[in-house]
Write a protein that binds this ligand. Sequence first.
Ligand code: ADP
Length: 662
Amino acid sequence: MADSQQNDATIFPPSSSPLRVTSRELIQQRGISPDALVIVDQAGNIVMVNEQAAALFGYSPEELCKQRLEMLLPERLHGVHTTHREHYFAVPCTHAMGAGLQLFGRHKNGTEIPVDISLRPVLLDDELLVIGAIRDRSEQHRAERERMQQAEQIRLQADLIELAHDAILMRDSVSRVIFWNKGAEELYGWSSQEALGRISHTLLRTRFPGSLAEVDASLEEQGRWEGELTHTCRDGRVVIVESRQMLVCDVQGHRTAILEINRDITERYHLEQAMQAEHAQAVARLDFLQQIMDALPSSIYLVYGPKARLLLANRAAASLWGAIWQIDQPMLEFLATNGIEIFDAHGQQLTPEHFATLRAVQVGETVLQHQETIRRPNGSSLPVLVNAVVLDSSQWKNLTREEAEPTTRHTPQESVALVVHQEISALKEAEYLKDEFIGVAAHELRNPLAVLKGFAEMLVYQTARGKGPKLADWQSEALEEIDEATSRLDKLTEDLLDVTRLQAGRLGLSREFTDLVALTRRMVTQWQMTTKQHIFSLDIEHSPLIVDVDRARIEQVLTNLLSNAVKYSPQGGPIELSLREEFEPHEALLSIRDQGIGIPVGQHARIFGRFVRAENARTSEITGTGLGLYLSRELVERHGGRLWFESAEGEGSTFFVTLPLP
Ligand code: ADP
């Protein structure tokens, strides 16, 4: 601009009096001026233009000569321009470039061109004209616009910095605070005026993870540093901040300041600390639990979810299976990959829905003393008693080591089961010998018993018919006692023989289609005839219910259950039976409910064992052998059904039997 003013001064000396020129001089001047020149007469007609002017407006000089000056102006300025021109010619004077005449021209293509204009009156052949030197200001305009935008952006950024929740501060090379935003005021409690000029580390009593020197070294070498700092606020509060620091340099690369953005993470930090402590505690508890479990001789493991994924297992579990069950691995996958199979007590392969472990996690059933035989990867078989108990899974949420590691998928909604395997090989051996003995003894008892029973019955019968001398009352009573005792002995030997048959897998079933409704009804009627104290009732939803069973064996089961209901309700009372059809799975469900002495909860687990009787049954002096339930469950399971009960001491018992419906 200074240069161009220099040019103007040469061409048009800064004087208000019109310059007197000839046409020739004017034409010469036109050629040497670097600016666009337009010479206009008083009427507003263009007298002459130079090349630069024509080019600026997009015309050829010929196109402009003798034309109205308005063609070079935007329409909106036409009126103003006419007034200005009249005023100018009334008092002609020199307007230097940049002296306020900033206007807009109009390019041939219609676009507006921002321009600076200097005016100079000239007398050409005594005619007063004006020379306008026009300079294109488009570039300056753009630069100005950009500057304004930049300024706006800087203002915005400054606002943002002020608004930010983070504490943002700048410190100079000796750590004196030179900028302190609202966030810093809010976090630390010092206003910007109070903080400016103070040494930031002293003011905030900064504690570094390492040392200040380390931070400075990192800023020096990498231009930045990130880490956690501890600051003390004005009110004495200690805060932990996540700090990002950056070296700010000028254009020459000289370090001018350090920008520090500090985010308050005190709450998060304490929360994390608490979580870490809790987790460490959980891991410690878990380790302790693991130690206890490992010290136990029985195999113990925890599984979760319907697929029985492993959560935890003790050392004995690995030797039980003869393979390592990986954490989180579903049970069936573990068995399949290791070629492990599970059989029932009679050597029949169990389907997964009968595995005690899966029954617990899938159905929520508590399975006690379930006899299974595990065939291990090396081919050896291991008879075990399985107890699977469903636990309150929400308790396990914080007790899983894997919770900290992302592998576990156990959610509090999924059931967790504790499974304990008790190895019974030695027991099995002893039992085998016992069964052998019982078998032989029962067999040998059978014949003398039959003789005894036969003779007792004959004596009673023949005496009644008058054969032989009449018996005294005490003799008749003694005979009846003998008859009853032999009946009981007979039942015992039959039961014992059944037990040995079952153990040896020699108990065959002769199945035939049988209406369970009719069979139950008949048995209820028979049993009602034996007692007046007990009132039987039978609730039937569907009739008939045809099952494919060994009728005599199912009768045997019902006889056991009905006789128990009567026997263990010595005070009498209702005995309610219900029989209905279930659909998933399709089976008949029979329940027998009494209000007798019940079975103490602590003895539930063992009650299906052989010769097992509840304590209260013994003390009540109710006779029994403890074989009926064992035989009944075995027989029902042989038919593909299930037998279980619900009972509490003094509150009666309900026994349930299911049999598959074809
Ligand atoms: P028992 O010949 O002793 O009756 P079971 O095998 O039929 O043998 O029954 C085993 C034990 O289960 C019984 O001794 C008794 O303690 C208990 N029990 C069976 N049924 C009932 C019942 N309905 N009420 C109370 N206790 C029962």
